[in-house]
Design a protein around this ligand. Structure first.
Ligand SMILES: [Zn+2]
Length: 281
């Protein structure tokens, strides 16, 4: 299987969920072996931040990459789209500190990738790392584990007191040749960011979710969803799979394993990825 990059550029503009800052993103093709990486084109000398675990410097409510004062927030949805659609190499130019949330899902990125298409490159893909023993991280009753499996699969469970969400599970298998995938496009990418009404005031007072609104995030209260309809009855848990795929894409190539998560967070996703890296991945 050869490496792939984009056949043409993708341009998108929008507001970041946490910073509320509008940024312009241009995703360009990149050389074989260069991987997926961000470029802060608004800063002197256009610093490069690789989309790798080593570059993660914050995981509160979104995954942030950076070094020192230079960072890029909420990278998980754009990276999930690129990785799941089989884009091995991409130069992601951005003129600000946060990736646009767009409609809160990965659909806009995925549609853009489908529109421009991919090109095969001269070098073969890295070999898939196979998980041979169970490996996990946990925090009280929340956990993420990687179980040995003969395919790459993601299963997620969430459990909320709010009856509109409640207890939900979803499972999705990544096709072996991810750039021929359509199930990601239809089953995972459309699932939008969601938030809880009773947390919004607190998050806003903490200087977060400045760019959040009822157009880009589902909001759930005790009486139900404030902005229905949902795209799927299980849209929240599918979004958690989207986040997990985006976070694990920072390993550059998905290991062969069944990833099983329960009530987890970006922080736990990244901790598991770190542990996998430490195995010698
Ligand atoms: Zn998300």
């Amino acid at each position: 299987m050869q490496q792939h990059t984009l056949a043409a550029e993708i341009l998108q503009t929008g507001v970041g969920l946490h910073t509320g800052v509008t940024t312009h993103v241009t995703i360009k093709s990149a050389a074989p072996g260069s991987g997926r990486y961000f470029v802060r084109v608004d800063l002197p000398e256009s610093p490069i931040i690789p989309a790798q675990i080593a570059a993660v410097n914050q995981t509160v409510l979104s995954t942030q990459l950076g070094k020192g004062e230079i960072h890029i927030r909420t990278v998980e949805h754009i990276l999930a789209a690129l990785a799941a659609m089989g884009v091995d190499n991409a130069r992601i130019e951005i003129d600000g500190p946060e990736v646009p949330l767009l409609d809160g899902s990965a659909s806009v990125w995925v549609e853009s990738i489908l529109q421009v298409g991919l090109v095969a490159q001269s070098e073969p893909q890295k070999e898939t790392y196979v998980i041979l023993e169970p490996i996990w991280v946990r925090d009280e009753d929340a956990f993420v584990c990687a179980m040995p499996a003969n395919e790459t699969r993601f299963t997620y469970g969430i459990d909320f007191d709010l009856p509109a969400i409640g207890n939900q599970w979803y499972s999705w298998t990544m096709p072996a040749e991810s750039n021929s995938d359509t199930s990601f496009v239809t089953e995972i990418a459309p699932a939008r960011t969601f938030g809880l009404l009773h947390q919004i005031e607190y998050l806003q007072s903490a200087g977060l979710i400045k760019g959040g609104n009822l157009e880009n995030a589902l909001v759930c209260g005790p009486e139900g969803w404030l902005n229905p309809p949902l795209r799927f009855a299980t849209e929240p848990v599918r979004h958690k799979i989207l986040d997990l795929v985006g976070d694990l894409s920072l390993l550059e190539k998905f290991p062969q394993a069944h990833f099983l998560a329960y009530k987890a967070s970006h922080n736990l996703h990244i901790q598991l990825a770190q542990k996998i890296l430490n195995l010698g991945f």
